[in-house]
Ligand binder design. Structure first.
Ligand code: ADE
Length: 253
C-alpha cells in the first residue's frame, strides 16, 4: 500500500508532515509532495489547494507520478442537512458535482459521457476511516481540542455520518442554495469543493479513495465567520488524529 493523503489547507497538513518518518519533498506542477512513512505506512502528503480542477490534477499526479495505490482526502465542509452540526464528521459513501449541469443535453449533475452523477467512494476504505473517526471521538477528542474552542464552536458530543458529499467550485454561504441542494440530492450530508473531483479521477484510474470532512459551518450566511479559526483549532486536530488512527489500524491488518 502507498497512501496518498490530500488536504485542501496547510493547517490540516502540517501535523502530518511533521509526523512523517524520513520525509523528503518533491515539487511538481506548483505543488509540494512530501514522501515518507506515516506510522509505518508508505505515504505521500500534498496540499491540493481549493476547487475541483486543483483536486483533480493533484489526484492524477499522486497516482501517475507517485504511484499511490489508495487516496484519502481530509478537510472541512459545510453541513448538507439540518441534522448535521458543526464539529460532526462526515465520511463519503458517494460524491456528486453539484455545479455540473449540461441539461437539457444530459440530466442535471451527470458528468457528460460518463453516464454517472454519483461517483462511489471505496466502501472498505471508508469503513476503516469511520472506525478511526469513532476511535478519535472516544479517545482523543476531549484532550485534543482546547476547551475554550469547544465552547466557542458549541462542540459537545460530535456525531459521525456517512452519506452523499456534493462538491462544486463555490463556497456555499446562502440558506436558499443549501436548502435547494438538500432537496435535489437525497442523502446529502455535506458540501465542499474537491471531493467529487477526487472521486471521479479515482474512478477513472481505478484507485480506491475515501473522503472525510469535519463540518465547519452550516453553508448559510454565517459560513465564513471564524472559518480559519475553526480549521486551525478544531479541524486540524481531527484530521491529524483520525489519519494517525487510520494508519496505526491499517498497519496491523
Ligand atoms: N468547505 C467548508 N465549508 C464550505 C462551504 N460552506 N461551502 C463549500 N465548501 C466548504
Amino acid at each position: 500500500m502507498r497512501l496518498g493523503i490530500i488536504s485542501a489547507l496547510s493547517e490540516e497538513q502540517q501535523g502530518l508532515v511533521e509526523a512523517m518518518q524520513s520525509p523528503y519533498k518533491l515539487i511538481h506542477g506548483q505543488r509540494t509532495y512530501w514522501v515518507g512513512q506515516l506510522w509505518e505506512i508508505d505515504a505521500v502528503c500534498v496540499l491540493s489547494r481549493i476547487g475541483k480542477v486543483a483536486a483533480a490534477v493533484t489526484t492524477t499526479t499522486l497516482v501517475e507520478k507517485f504511484g499511490v495505490t489508495h487516496i484519502l482526502f481530509t478537510g472541512v465542509a459545510g453541513s448538507g442537512d439540518r441534522s448535521i452540526k458543526v464539529g460532526d464528521i462526515v465520511v463519503a459513501e458517494s460524491l456528486v458535482q453539484h455545479d455540473m449541469d449540461a441539461s437539457p443535453l444530459f440530466p442535471r449533475f451527470e458528468v457528460p459521457l460518463t453516464g454517472m452523477t454519483h461517483f462511489p467512494a471505496d466502501h472498505h476504505l471508508g469503513t476503516r476511516l469511520l472506525d478511526a473517526a469513532y476511535a478519535f471521538l472516544e479517545n482523543d477528542f476531549s484532550d485534543a481540542i482546547d476547551p475554550l474552542e469547544k465552547a466557542a464552536f458549541g462542540l459537545r458530543q460530535p456525531r459521525i455520518h456517512r452519506g452523499l458529499i456534493a462538491s462544486g467550485d463555490q463556497f456555499v454561504n446562502d440558506r436558499e442554495h443549501i436548502n435547494g441542494l438538500n432537496a435535489a440530492l437525497p442523502g446529502l450530508v455535506a458540501v465542499e469543493m474537491e471531493g467529487a473531483a477526487v472521486a471521479q479521477v479515482c474512478h477513472e484510474l481505478n484507485v480506491p479513495c475515501a473522503v472525510i470532512r469535519t463540518i465547519s459551518d452550516n453553508a448559510n450566511e454565517n459560513a465564513a465567520t471564524d472559518f480559519l479559526r475553526f480549521v486551525k483549532s478544531v479541524a486540524a486536530q481531527y484530521a491529524f488524529h483520525i489519519v494517525r488512527r487510520f494508519c496505526q489500524q491499517t498497519k496491523v491488518l
